[in-house]
Design a protein around this ligand. Sequence first.
Ligand code: MLT
Length: 245
Amino acid sequence: MKLCVFHTPELTPDQNYADCAIAIDVLRATSTIATALAVGAEAVQVFSDLDKLMHESESWMPEKRLRAGERGGSKVVGCDLGNSPLDCTPQLMNEKRLFISTTNGTRALQKIQASPTVLAAALINRKAIVEYLLKQQPDTVWIVNAGWEGSFALEDTVCAGAIAHTLAERLDCSLEEITGNDEVVGAVTLYQQWKENLLELLHYASHGKRLLKLDCHDDLKYCAGLDVLDVVPIQREIGVLVKNS
Ligand code: MLT
């Protein structure tokens, strides 16, 4: 298995997709998607365009849908929810479809949507993602970080590093054996440096700081938790993620 990490959707190639592509947006889209599916959402449908989200979700019965919209960290007016994973309660999600659009996370998922397999990862489901890779053994894996508006994000990179590090450990091989580009080594080094202080790292991150200004302390705390959910969000049809069973 060979892994490549890309720091933003813009840096991700447009062709020759890997067998398995994994989108990461720790703060907060992929943390929210994993949580929604873990607590009982029927599926999560992602959109980069809000008007499209509103239009497509219109055809669903109101009691069977939830609309989540975030721009710049804040909830979009007219949506039921913003992008806080803590809003994803079992009572609310209960068999509903979550239609979601966020600033960067949904763009990362759209960038890789033509890949044979598409997963959504965060720190909270790191172990479940690694177990999936060990079971499926794809030859090539891309990890695509959402970043922030075309720039590098610490929180996504540390998560990519956590996945690569654990994978090498579980395969009992050297990092070199699974490394497909230099970004993998950088991501693993970041993870090794910060693995005991992930919440502190999220406080350093520029988007972490943005969220703290919006009083989202509890979101950072939740998103910094490693391996708390045993769920693998997987694309079932273009743009629609379900819980892998
Ligand atoms: C994004 O897609 O950029 C994020 O998930 C933003 C957020 O924290 O809501």
